[in-house]
Design a protein around this ligand. Sequence first.
Ligand SMILES: N[C@@H](CCC(=O)N[C@@H](CS)C(=O)NCC(=O)O)C(=O)O
Length: 218
Amino acid sequence: MADVILHGYRYSVYNRAARLALILKGVAYDRIEVDPFSDISDAYRALHPFGKVPTLVHAGFALFETGAITRYVDRMFDGPRLQPESVAALARMDQVIAVIDAYAYWPMVRQVASHAYFRPLTGEPSDADEIAAGLSASRKALSFLDRVAAEGHVMNGREVTLADCHLAPMMDYFVRAAPGAAALKEHPSLQAWWDQISALGALKACDPFGEAAETPTP
Ligand SMILES: N[C@@H](CCC(=O)N[C@@H](CS)C(=O)NCC(=O)O)C(=O)O
């Protein structure tokens, strides 16, 4: 086993954010698959009392919360800096990550992507009200992120930061749903960001659908 172990679920957007940071830094790591929607063992709960994924273990040091994990990875390992040097840009990056967690994950992933893409794919019933509520709630987050992309401190196509690591996996799922893709089109700077970041090799390297197929739950 490598010195760095990532416990996570292959379809989790948070797990993919942590993987992106590790890949971009060039860190060798092993993965242990944990499906938080079904098989939380006592051993995993000892690592993560809240029973979510991912958790990183580095040389015996265990860490959960993706924002803490990606910052740790950036600070601990050599490789390209994933956090801007300018205080304003760093603050904007932190703000983007906080906004995504608080206002974008649930509507974009758990409502729109889940009900308009994943559930139909797996034959589970989807709820049109969830899609409508998710789209409506997503709009504020999309507008904010569009302004950030236009401003240029982060999500600027010049340097990849942790803002990209956290947002790209969620956007990937959101645009798989037709209404999500249509909503993104209404935000030109964010769409331009996505057009560029979606081609990133590191993002493709941790595409859950590029690996062995399992039943997806984002
Ligand atoms: N605040 C946590 C959120 C992680 C999270 O919500 N992960 C999802 C998978 S994408 C999960 O484990 N869900 C299981 C559940 O909600 O029971 C973090 O930043 O790591």
